[in-house]
Design a protein around this ligand. Structure first.
Ligand code: HXC
Length: 510
């Protein structure tokens, strides 16, 4: 028996060594941790149990018969984050560059199926060179099997991808179907085809970083939901985010004891909105002053900064926050902001996380670039997402709520449950100046008449009381009382029941 146990230990040690000392040293020299080191940092100490440690590939072509490494380039298993179950796979770049063989894919698929059954998130740590080139079509089949499970798991369990090295070719589409993609700055990049193929096809000379680094995806394309300085920070932040999420759509989001008084008032909010309606202010100040312990996990911080989304807690219960940011492009809704917020709203609705929306929006972004880029279709995504959402929806208009954007931003008309406004709110078809220029075009030669008309329009519509008189706004509240009013509304909506008509699935404007 002793010898059998020793043999087990020998085999385990061999698997844990991955691609060997030289490749591990090269991984460290690039500022990257190994697949197993990453898992240790991600989950609670001692909680990880590995599956399929002895799986090997079955290829014999290209001299692969005598090149087998136990585990075959991916570490899979389950562990806990703050005592809650998660399933993890972590690509091992030291073994065939983390590339995907059929055996490697089967390990991931097995994990995905277990996670769906058990009802717990999947977290994938990516660091790999795409399809195992020696394997051919079996590798493509393996990818498709993973994509299918990603799709079936969508809306059932949270799926989080962290890109911690190369993520190329077939590897990009699994993260793309998942709920969130985070990157590590400077060591990670994602693209469908690499610089060599780009050079052949389009004759462009481009670096890995310029083609698919975090500056591309976390700022310009919005493919990534954020980027962190290094592996350690990324993994620590993922632990923080998981704390806000339910393990699956079968349970409520996790409540936590709050040490922040639900009745807390913030006098400084009374002066947050500047007297001049064209002056910006930072909506994040409002968010941080209203949520529990100023703890806000912002998602997609660098992309479409004219809208802010992220997770927080109100009196211990997780909420999704969506807020126009007057500091960037005056908080206008454009293509990117609509896409970003729509995805976030749908995630929250799928996982029963109530939505708190802060509105200060001058409308949709005008211009040929936006129209040609399908602003109509993309703007409709956000409208659709809010309209179909059945979770509790609490909305507060701080200042501007103009035009179609008023309707879109969780208005009463698309089933906002509780809609508040500050006394500084202006709910109108458009700003007074623009409105007067259209409806009193004949008077444009007379500045005094225009000024008088503008003042008249302003006093009629630049307040929340017309909307409140129609019942579109439930109450006009004092800014300092915002936290306690929202906490109370959410508590009273806790057992809200609302269902949409039966259907196979909807047809969100993609
Ligand atoms: C097999 C691979 C591999 C792959 C890397 N390796 N990629 N082995 N299949 N796809 C191996 C290397 O041979 C090397 O082995 C080790 O991993 C490290 O690779 P290096 O090239 O030395 O590392 P680095 O310089 O850091 O470059 C990383 C890289 C590069 C940029 C990812 O390896 C690369 O370009 N790989 C190929 C990427 C690719 O074209 N993949 C196929 C995409 S097509 P040794 O033994 O020396 O350590 C695809 C289609 C699927 O994925 C579509 C499904 C829908």
């Amino acid at each position: 028996m002793k010898e059998i146990l020793l043999e087990l230990e020998r085999r385990r040690a061999e698997a844990r060594a991955g691609g060997g000392e030289r490749r591990v040293a090269s991984q460290h020299a690039k500022g990257k941790l190994t697949a197993r080191e990453r898992i240790e940092l991600l989950v609670d100490e001692g909680s990880f149990e590995e599956f399929d440690m002895f799986v090997e590939h079955r290829i014999t072509d290209f001299g692969m018969a005598d090149q087998r490494v136990a585990g075959d380039g991916v570490v899979t298993g389950w562990g806990e984050i703050n005592g809650r179950l998660v399933f993890v796979f972590s690509k091992d770049f030291t073994v065939f560059g983390g590339s995907l063989s059929s055996a490697h894919a089967q390990k991931i698929v097995k994990l995905q199926r277990q996670a769906i059954k058990a009802g717990a998130p999947v977290i994938g740590l990516f660091d790999a060179g795409g399809a195992r080139i020696q394997e051919g079509v079996d590798s493509l089949a393996g990818y498709a099997d993973i994509f299918l499970e990603n799709t079936l798991a969508s809306g059932v369990i949270p799926q989080i991808a962290v890109i911690m090295g190369p993520c190329a070719g077939g590897d990009v589409y699994s993260p793309a179907i998942m709920d969130f993609i985070f990157m590590v700055k400077d060591t990670s990049y994602m693209y469908v085809t690499g610089p060599d193929v780009v050079k052949t096809v389009t004759h462009e000379d481009v670096s890995h970083e310029d083609l698919g680094g975090y500056r591309v995806h976390a700022i310009k394309s919005g493919v990534s939901d954020g980027a962190f300085d290094n592996d350690l920070e990324a993994l620590t932040q993922i632990r923080r985010m998981v704390d806000f999420l339910p393990l699956s759509n079968r349970e409520k989001p996790p409540r936590r004891e709050s040490f922040d008084d639900p009745e807390r008032e913030e006098a400084s909010l009374d002066t947050l909105v500047p007297a001049n309606p064209n002056k910006p202010y930072d909506i994040k100040e409002l968010i941080l002053k209203v949520v529990d312990e100023a703890d806000f996990f912002e998602v997609s911080e660098g992309f479409a900064r004219n809208i802010v989304v992220g997770f927080a807690r109100m009196d211990g219960a997780p909420v999704g926050i969506v807020a126009n940011q007057p500091q960037v492009l005056a908080g206008v809704l454009d293509i990117d902001a609509s896409r970003k917020a729509a995805r976030f709203v749908r995630f929250c609705d799928a996982f029963d996380i109530p939505l708190v929306t802060f509105v200060d929006v001058p409308g949709f972004m005008p211009g040929t670039k936006q129209e040609q880029g399908a602003l109509i279709r993309h703007g409709a995504k956000l409208l659709f997402a809010y309209a179909e959402a059945t979770v509790p929806k609490v909305t507060l208009i701080t200042r501007k709520a103009y035009g179609g954007a008023y309707d879109v931003m969780s208005s009463k008309h698309i089933r906002g449950d509780v809609n508040y406004a500050w006394p500084t709110a202006e709910i109108a078809v458009m700003g007074a100046k623009g409105a007067v220029e259209i409806i009193f075009r004949a008077e444009t030669g007379d500045p005094d008449a225009i000024a008088a008309r503008t003042a008249e329009y302003q006093s009629r519509f630049a307040n929340p009381f017309v909307a409140a008189s129609r019942g579109y706004i439930d109450d006009v509240i004092k800014p300092r009382e915002t936290r306690k009013r929202i906490v109370k509304a959410l508590k009273r909506l806790e057992h809200k029941v609302l269902t949409n008509p039966a259907k196979k699935h909807d047809n969100i404007p993609l």
